[in-house]
Design a protein around this ligand. Sequence first.
Ligand SMILES: [Zn+2]
Length: 465
Amino acid sequence: VTPNVLMVLCDTARADAFAPWGGRHRSPAMERLCETGITYTQAISAAPWTLPSIASIFSGLLPTEHRITGECIRRVDGRPSSPAPAVRAHRGSWLPEALRDRGFRTWGASCNSWISAWSGFDRGFDEFANLRQRRVVKTGTGRLTRRLREMSVLGREDKGGMAALRLFQRWLRGGHESAPWFAFVNLMEVHTPYDPPIRFHPVFDRAGSRRIRLPRYQIMQGPLRARPSRGYLAAIRSLYAACGRYEDWLVGGFVEAVKQGTGPSVVVVVSDHGENLGEHGLFGHHSSLHETLLHVPLVVAGHRHALGEGRVDRPVSIKGLADWLIGVVDGEDSPMDAHGPVVSEYESTSRHTPTPHELRDRMEEGNGSRLPALVHQPGVAVRDGDRKYVVTEDGRQALHDLDADPGEESNLLGPDAGAGAEMAALIAVVEAWRRRRADTQPIPGGADFAEGEIAEHLRVLGYIE
Ligand SMILES: [Zn+2]
């Protein structure tokens, strides 16, 4: 019998947002899922931000191949244009479409405006819901309104995850016994601003959060990044972890809903990219190719459908999910695997997102406009076992041994080291990336600029100043 497929995408969840991948807090739902399924301990995203990464999950291609990246976005008055023309121009396989072609009913819900009908990501879905957080002040975008909204964040109910869960439960109850279904949900609970619901809030944690002035830092998340104090870092990390505990609870709700239904199912929980929480002097995402952004959680589990259980410890790209899932519903049982080195690409969002506060500050302190090495510009990361090779378009490069140096602190190449023979395979991958970049033209952005609720949502998320 063909299994149903549920894919829960925990937007912006770095691997250690959850216990099975090194998180310090319990993640009951993820832990249960990992016990019954296959845990990928070294899942790597194809890009460090939402748009190209999820396009890679759906298409099975690298960003330079599917071309749904920041390079097709124009900005007018700070507002980005919709990437929908690039999504529509894609001619290859597209996971929701491929499953619909196989007779699946397809349902999607997204709490991220980058993945919405506006951005063209409803492609292939019979039904698609765009959700946003509650309590967004709907009138006015002035400074005072914004400030008031920011101040109301403490203990906000959620960012749309609860509404997505209720929609999913209702949709399942609608009865879809005649055909298998594919359901996709994008949860945004660990995205900035970090404001977990009150019952998961660390202010009620006995760990003594009052000492680190959580409410103040919760309200002042952005402006304090330039020179973060130790208290700020502790507060931000504790808020992010609390958001992760809430998201774990939501994941549990989705899995439970599937178990109550009839028929076999395959559940995939994955993230599109991680988050910098002060590491490398960076916050947020879409600035670099560090492991804090590329190493993501991934678990696949069967319910009344044998998928096997255990752990896969070798690096695997999450862009392999589409082909693997299509194989699973076609009755194959080949494991998801990487063939050769795992590649991640960053097209640089510098053209369409403002330079992050913390980078702007370091540039001003340094020699003017020069960016710190290996950040906020186009680059590629190649992972081969524990070795990771990173190159940016300006020719700077780094080689890390992630086993000995998981924080990517030391560059084994040094400033003027020559490349040894063992580097040849990695260099060949970088050369191929350079050729793809040179050979492909960006798809021009459309005239559909973010406005209204979409623009307001992107502002809350930090994509519009
Ligand atoms: Zn994302």
